[in-house]
Design a protein around this ligand. Sequence first.
Ligand code: NAP
Ligand code: FE
Length: 364
Amino acid sequence: MLKYHMPTRLYFGRDCLLENAADIFGLGKNALIVTDKNSARLSGAGEDLLRTLKRNNISFEIFDEVTENPTLGAVCRGARLLKEKRADFLIGVGGGSPIDAAKAISVIAANNFEGREIYSSGKIKKAYPIVAVPTTAGTGTEATPYSVITDEEISRKAGFGSPHIYPVVSYLDPKYTLSLNANQTRNTAIDALSHLLEGIYSTDRNFLVTPLIHKGASIIYSNLVPALTDLKNFEYRERLMRAALYGGMVIAQTSTTLQHAIGNPLTTEFGIPHGLANGIVMKEIMELFYSSVRNQIDDLFLCLGVSKREFYDWLDLLDMKLTDKLTDDFIERSSKSVMKSGDIPISPVEVREDTVRKIYKSLR
Ligand code: NAP
Ligand code: FE
């Protein structure tokens, strides 16, 4: 059975926010801008946004307490501010972290949740409208019904999903990503590549996502290395942002899989950036699933014009290594927590706790 849902209005291209801001005006007169410390300023997205809001008499409040891997505590504070200031809608500006935080704040405030209730996706009945202005090209959160929040009290990073948190409108302007450094560019592009590959691994894949997967992966394969040596090149940025959007559109239908579930504890425990955590386990996951989805992966490699070996060599070139030592205690705790993830049942082969343990051990 085919199921496809994507209600977000998307604008893509240089100055798309400045030229199409009218879509925001119908959402209300009072916005809560959700962002982190630097991305809105460094990318120029903050300046474009404030100019647009002021010119159109939309008042706003800024909540800039979001950090990488946004925490439950921060989104609860954001939800209190939204209520106090009586905001009508939210604008998430930055990478995946601020946009995911905006989604979580929206849900907590609209449903009067105690923080942890957000993880009970079935309880989400409504949300305040969300506008997304991404400044990275990776997560695809501008086109997904997901948000990933860390419960800092128990050190667990987990996602939740609801059709209510698809952004109403997303503005993707590649110029906002010109200020990313090489590591941020690599890590976010590899996150997007993970989403595209996970569209193949997921048992929820369908024929509509296959062209997005092929096109997105070939864009990243051909453009990431050149982009890393020419960070201010708009054309590379435009292509990588397109690939990241394709990745978001794919996981919106298929969800993420074991690759994300296994990467999250590496982020929570060692602070490894999200995309890098996915990249570190990319080969291992492909080896695990290859025999079950061999035709689909071979089709992808045909499209890229490479063999599996050459693809692995390309990954090696990107130098994604784990420098932290995985202790037995970490492996035991994390293998148990990975098995609780909703990403596990949609794997193309049965994943057992021992499978997860072996993958972590192979990284030592
Ligand atoms: P991020 O955590 O939002 O940002 C990473 C770093 O990049 C931050 O230090 C930020 O700076 C900086 N930054 C962002 N844009 C910049 C720009 N244009 N110029 C210079 N610096 C910039 O990174 P991300 O990879 O985009 O998001 C990762 C998060 O998204 C993770 O929590 C992940 O789990 C989640 N995610 C969500 C989905 C979904 O569907 N919802 C999918 C995949 C991943 P400052 O903090 O200093 O401002
Ligand atoms: Fe991701």
